[in-house]
Design a protein around this ligand. Structure first.
Ligand SMILES: Cc1ncc(COP(=O)(O)O)c(C=O)c1O
Ligand SMILES: [Zn+2]
Length: 410
């Protein structure tokens, strides 16, 4: 494998492998272009299986000249059967959950950040930075600390307290911007022009985005080198959603897996649903929105990869749905009660959409469905407040019996 250049997704212009992210001819986004010709699928599979227990086992498909390293290597998170959840949803489909909260900073963002930070080092940067809705901030602060780099992370100032605490602890420069994510992103785009920093999701975005492909590879490997029939995945900028598709396609093209692309179902919160709206209206582009939802991690009103996500959902025969804040809370609860997994609001969005698909009868009995749970419930604790009651009692048996009104049989 060789990494060739950066290529414009719109007009195909190519650029050398530096810290650039948009096409000078048409302003389209740049993507890493590889040459996979000559790779022997049997040899690639053997090397993957002999590789590390994390994302670097897929280095052949990642954008590095040399071998990447990372003391906080993410990946190989559990893929679990969820029969009890399937039963509660009344579906016969084979249901799997990819629990990506089981990463070093408890979200899938460890994957993209590990790749971006390793690339920043390869390109000679000594400072990394990001515009974040929360999870990216956690991951950049942690991976920068692990690599011994300075870091600046920019977030909306009104973020969940847990996400701020879980960022500041790493000794980063945490900057709370009085505005929403799209304001933060605009500021970071300006800063990327003036500071010699690697903004992982701005000027390093083509490399950063490649990290999400590892979720596709892992899923295929954990399913015994097969692809799912359908995936359900949250959408903020649309990067994860589209890179899952790219990861599956690369392995199909190489013959590492057979069959065809899964059906893609995207999940958004109603309070920030530019991509779901574009899908529903039949538009090719997204109309920016002002976010107002408890799913802050998905609150991107002007999603960079929105049009590509719409196209992927459409061409795969899938869709993009949105759920209310109440449905998000119920999704978190349903998942926790049936699987023992406590997911964050983004996971509530995803489970909420899964429930909608089940109710509409869109999940066939012979399907294998993989649901991507991308973050940890402990980071968005407010979403579970007032969804249950604690039994408070005095420290004696009478008080317990009175509370539960049960017969004692001794
Ligand atoms: C937990 C979680 N899931 C999913 C996403 C969606 O990521 P993307 O911007 O790649 O669509 C995010 C983005 O911040 C996130 O924090
Ligand atoms: Zn172009």
């Amino acid at each position: 494998m060789s990494i060739e250049n950066l290529k414009c997704k719109e007009c195909g212009s190519t650029y050398e492998l530096g810290a650039s992210y948009f096409c000078e001819n048409c302003f389209g986004p740049l993507e890493v272009n590889y040459d996979f010709s000559g790779l022997d699928p049997h040899e690639v599979k053997r090397q993957i299986q002999a590789g590390s227990q994390g994302i670097w086992r897929y280095s052949d498909f990642l954008p590095f000249e040399g071998r990447p390293g990372d003391p906080l290597e993410p990946g190989l998170t559990p893929l679990l059967r969820a029969d009890r959840l399937a039963e509660r949803l009344g579906i016969e489909a084979e249901l799997w959950l990819k629990n990506d909260a089981a990463n070093p900073t408890h979200s899938f963002k460890d994957r993209v950040v590990a790749v971006a930070v390793a690339k920043a080092q390869e390109l000679g940067f000594d400072t990394v930075a990001c515009a974040s809705t929360g999870n990216l901030a956690n991951a950049v602060a942690a991976h920068a600390a692990a690599a011994g780099l300075a870091s600046y992370v920019f977030v909306p100032a009104n973020l969940e307290e847990q996400k701020l605490l879980a960022t500041g602890v790493y000794g980063t420069n945490l900057v709370g911007v009085r505005g929403n994510y799209d304001d933060v992103n605009r500021l970071c785009t300006q800063l990327a022009e003036t500071r010699p920093w690697a903004f992982v999701n701005v000027n390093l975005r083509p490399y950063y985005a490649e990290g999400s492909k590892t979720l596709a590879y892992e899923t295929a490997e954990q399913l015994g080198w097969e692809l799912p029939d359908r995936v359900v995945c949250p959408i903020a900028s649309g990067s994860l959603f589209t890179k899952l598709g790219r990861g599956f396609q690369e392995w199909l093209d190489l013959g590492l897996v057979s069959g065809k692309q899964p059906v893609f179902n995207g999940a958004q919160a109603e309070g920030c649903s530019p991509v779901a709206t574009a899908f529903a209206e039949g538009w090719d582009v997204c109309k920016p929105q002002k976010p107002e939802t408890i799913a802050k991690s998905l609150a991107i009103g002007d999603p960079a990869d929105g049009p590509y996500a719409v196209e992927q959902a459409r061409s795969s025969g899938g869709g993009i749905d949105a759920v209310t804040d109440q449905e998000i809370r119920e999704g978190i609860k349903l998942l926790a009660e049936t699987t023992g997994i406590f997911t964050e609001t983004a996971g509530g969005v995803t489970v909420g959409v899964l429930k909608k698909l089940a109710e509409r009868g869109e999940l066939a009995a012979d399907e294998r469905v993989v649901v991507y749970l991308t973050g940890e419930g402990l980071k968005t604790l407010d979403a579970t407040r007032d969804t249950f009651q604690m039994h408070e009692i005095d420290p004696n048996l009478d008080s317990f019996e009175a509370e539960f009104r049960r017969e004692v049989s001794v």
